[in-house]
Design a protein around this ligand. Structure first.
Ligand code: T4K
Length: 377
């Protein structure tokens, strides 16, 4: 088969752009209210809309997901060590370090690529105060296993659901698990506010604490309680979010179609592992489409395929290479020893994230999947 290069680069994602008018109409309200930030009308509207959309009891908006994660750890008064995954974006362990907490990297479940509760339990010490788990690529963590682990050792759980907007397990929103769940609304996410994020929790007092912390820990006109920061989402971001929310169903339908195309074609390619289908997932996140390349069966390494596809103008991504435990700032930690993270080291060399966004046509998705088949050696 001859492989035809794309004339324009095909990126791993393209942001959702709602009709400009639905954004500018909301901006007119912002202008006439002369109110730009500090929990204005658009902020209130989006907070309520997302609370309903995500079916969570409490939600607090943020300027981005990283600051939200930092506030989550602070709001739970965590201390000492936090069990976490090395296979994630830099923001996950960085949010701990910014709180002077020590990330303790634990190995992964080879199916889901998420934190393995048994591997995490082996790393519990008297200094452990919490688990920070990531639903990587929108695959849910073993929420039951992690909850049991937390209960046995008196630990808090924060879920990083940056990739898991809209994900449901057993008919329950992913934001209802654990003590706090963080969402990212970065431009590259299914739902976005250009930059943005949120924390979901089940408890009114915790929501109030989070709201204080994201506003410098100001309690009233004359009192600053402690060490807060500025994590507020502004009115322009919130207005964009409201406009994006209106076209979300359309985007989800398109992505589900692209997922079908990829699954159908790639299922027949030896050496390509598709994202697992979990029967407990009652609503998918549709955020990423990561495949794994097994070189012995595919005939080429993931890195070679990544480079070859670039030659045809398909810009896939090696999320999340290298592991966070390999960053110079974490490599010296005892938990970063590669001998103790064998599954993570295997997965990080196999994963390749394919272009996945609503504006990708069926024909282009088909061409990309067939290209992966044709490049098999
Ligand atoms: N936890 C996890 C597990 C995360 O993955 C993330 C963020 C966070 C926490 C922190 O949340 P935030 O603080 O970001 O809210 C991107 C995103 O910047 C980042 O939000 C995301 N995870 C991470 C996985 O991906 P890059 O460096 O890969 O982005 P970039 O600029 O290379 O964009 C990817 C592709 O998207 C480009 O090749 C082209 C396209 N693109 C991008 C932008 C920004 C566009 O077409 N238009 C655009 O405006 O990090």
């Amino acid at each position: 088969m001859t492989i035809r290069p794309f004339t324009q680069p095909i990126y791993v994602t393209r942001p959702v752009f709602p009709p400009l008018k639905s954004f500018t109409q909301r901006l007119e309200s912002v202008w006439s209210a002369a109110w730009l930030t500090n929990m204005g009308a658009q902020h209130q509207l989006l907070e309520r809309a997302l609370r309903e959309h995500l079916r969570v009891a409490e939600l607090s908006l943020f300027c981005n997901g990283t600051i939200a994660l930092m506030v989550a750890a602070k709001a739970l008064d965590l201390e000492g060590e936090v069990l976490t995954t090395p296979f994630t974006f830099a923001a996950t362990p960085h949010s701990l370090e910014w709180n002077r907490l020590t990330p303790v990297f634990c190995d992964l479940d080879p199916q889901t690529c998420n934190l393995d509760p048994a591997a995490a339990e082996a790393r519990v010490t008297e200094r452990t105060s919490a688990i920070l788990a990531v639903h990587v690529f929108g695959q849910p963590c073993d929420v039951d296993g992690l909850e049991a682990l937390a209960r046995r050792h008196g630990l808090k759980i924060i879920y990083d659901a940056a990739h898991a907007f809209g994900l449901e397990v057993d008919g329950r929103s992913i934001g209802q698990y654990g003590d706090i769940t963080m969402y990212s609304f970065h431009a590259t996410k299914l739902f976005h506010t250009a930059e943005g994020g949120a924390l979901a929790c089940t408890n009114r007092d915790l929501k109030q604490r989070i709201d204080q912390l994201k506003n410098f820990d100001i309690r009233n006109e004359e009192t600053v309680g402690g060490l807060g920061l500025n994590g507020k989402m502004n009115e322009v971001q919130a207005a964009l979010g409201l406009a994006v929310l209106e076209v979300l169903d359309e985007e989800r339908t398109r992505r589900a179609r692209i997922e079908d195309i990829y699954r159908q074609i790639l299922a027949g390619v030896d050496g390509v592992i598709l994202p697992p289908l979990n029967h407990r997932v009652t609503r998918k996140s549709l955020q990423y489409f990561p495949i794994r390349i097994v070189p012995e069966a595919y005939g080429r390494s993931r890195d070679t395929l990544h480079e070859l596809m670039k030659e045809y103008n398909v810009i896939t991504r090696k999320y999340f290479f290298p592991l966070c435990s390999q960053y110079p700032c974490y490599a010296g930690l005892p938990s970063a020893n590669p001998m103790d993270l064998p599954v993570a080291h295997m997965i990080v060399n196999q994963c390749l994230t394919l272009p996945f966004y609503g504006a990708l046509s069926d024909q282009d998705a088909t061409r990309i999947a067939e290209m992966i088949g044709a490049l098999r050696a």
